[in-house]
Write a protein that binds this ligand. Structure first.
Ligand code: HEC
Ligand code: HEC
Length: 400
């Protein structure tokens, strides 16, 4: 249930727009472009991000799992005016735009003329193109990988700060998170084995084939929602989020193990982009990160750290284009934090989940509270009702 707001998350207002765009273009006769949807969305930009955030649901790009779609095509074949991002897969464009907006701390409209993303009317868009080339050049000449990004210089400002801040105080003593200490008393294997045991053990976990959940959600803006989740092995997932704010309506998201979709209110259904899908895949797990040994590579113990007054053991692991850090409470053996970075050509999009209030139901432990944080949003889900192995109709995972 944690991330059905993938769409509210990093996409914020932006993706609404991009989506409208893609969707409209995909569904019109060839040669016609409609930006009606975009214009409608862009016009409320001034109304603040909240409404938009929750409207931005009818998402953007084709998911990589959707082989009939255009997501894997080069961006320049799907969009109309791609010059510097040529060769990037189309499904990466929307997440990249989110990354750029977050790096500069601006809305899409800072660079894009209302209603027409292909237009080059705004000078900032042209500057952004030369910035993309400059950044690629810095990396190619000096690092060989994506090391310096828009965020390295911009740090959430359109114009980077050039003078160190006085607010930084006694810079000589800044202790920048150098806390992680090597730990040779245990191993990644041992930490993961213990986690499995603490969750109830493989046998008990294997008996859980479906799960239905009701949860209450508190959102960063002070609003609330109720959430209903349906899960079925191995990773089928559906969530229905109903906001207490009638304007936001109900958001539904589904995943049948291959194809994902989402719909918000009476907008057209769409598919998550590749960064969003990463969030969804984690949300669809029955026990967070419990079987990373099956599908992850590079699993290793980074060391020991503190979260508040809690001693945690930190494991690093990688899957496809993402890497994550898993924080296990050294006292209880349970996962308390998960930090994920989804890597793209221009930079990485992070999100994290904090798990707490583990309770035992049918012999297995489930975190009753999960706090999700993304670039643009954060929300906390608290389970109010949970049933294991209740009958769940397969059709729930394939459609609105
Ligand atoms: C800092 C400037 C900047 C911001 C902010 C920005 N973009 Fe872009 N966007 C660009 C540039 C530059 C291009 C063209 C890239 C190229 O030439 O390859 C582009 C291209 C696009 C395109 C492709 C248009 C086409 O048909 O060619 C879409 C769609 C898009 N952006 C959507 C968005 C959305 C949605 C947001 C908000 C989340 C956003 N952009 C924020 C600079 C920006
Ligand atoms: C090496 C540092 C650095 C990196 C990396 C960098 N920028 Fe910049 N950027 C700057 C500086 C410095 C300015 C201000 C230039 C000025 O004041 O004339 C600027 C200005 C801009 C502006 C114009 C802002 C305005 O107010 O008009 C845009 C848009 C922009 N950058 C986008 C980007 C994007 C997108 C990226 C990543 C692809 C990026 N920048 C990466 C240093 C950087």
């Amino acid at each position: 249930m944690k991330s059905r707001r993938i769409w509210y998350a990093y996409l914020a207002l932006g993706v609404t727009l991009i989506t409208g765009c893609l969707y409209a273009e995909r569904n019109l006769p060839a040669g016609r472009h409609s930006h009606a949807g975009i214009a409608a969305d862009a016009s409320v930009e001034g109304a603040g991000t909240t409404w938009l955030r929750h409207a931005s649901f009818a998402l953007a790009d084709p998911a990589p799992t959707d082989t009939t779609d255009r997501g894997s095509m080069p961006a320049e074949k799907v969009y109309r005016n791609i010059q510097t991002l040529r060769g990037m897969s189309a499904s990466e464009v929307s997440a990249t735009m989110t990354f750029i907006s977050a790096s500069l701390g601006v809305h899409c409209g800072f660079c894009h003329a209302q209603g027409d993303f292909a237009s080059d009317d705004k000078p900032a868009k042209k500057t952004a193109r030369s910035m993309i080339l400059m950044t690629e050049d810095i990396n190619a000449k000096n690092f060989g990988t994506t090391t310096v990004t828009c965020y390295s210089c911009h740090r959430g400002n359109p114009v980077p700060v050039a003078v160190p801040s006085l607010a930084q105080g006694d810079w000589g003593r800044l202790d920048v998170s150098m806390e992680l200490k090597k730990d040779s008393t245990t191993t990644a294997e041992a930490v993961l084995d213990r986690y499995t045991r603490e969750l109830g053990g493989e046998a008990a976990m294997g008996k859980i084939r479906t799960r239905t959940i009701k949860a209450s959600e508190s959102q960063a803006g002070g609003t609330t929602a109720t959430v209903e989740v349906f899960q079925k092995l191995p990773n089928k997932f559906r969530s229905v989020t109903t906001s207490s704010d009638a304007r936001r309506g109900t958001g539904i998201m589904w995943y049948d193990g291959t194809t994902a979709g989402m719909v918000f209110g009476n907008r057209p259904p769409n598919v998550p982009n590749n960064a969003e899908l990463e969030q969804l895949l984690r949300e669809a797990e029955f026990f967070p990160a419990s079987d990373i040994r099956k599908s992850y590579t590079g699993i290793r113990l980074l060391g020991r750290e503190h979260i508040g007054d809690r001693n945690v053991l930190v494991i690093e692991a990688k899957r496809n284009k993402s890497s994550e850090r898993l924080y296990f409470d050294a006292a209880t053996g349970l996962l308390v934090r998960r930090y994920v970075e989804f890597h793209m050509t221009l930079g990485s999009i992070p999100f994290s989940v904090e798990y707490s209030d583990y309770r035992t139901v049918d012999g297995v432990k489930v975190p009753y509270t999960a706090k999700w944080s993304t670039l643009r949003d954060s929300w906390t889900d608290t389970i109010t009702e949970l049933h294991n192995n209740a009958p769940v109709d397969d059709a729930l995972f394939t459609r609105q």
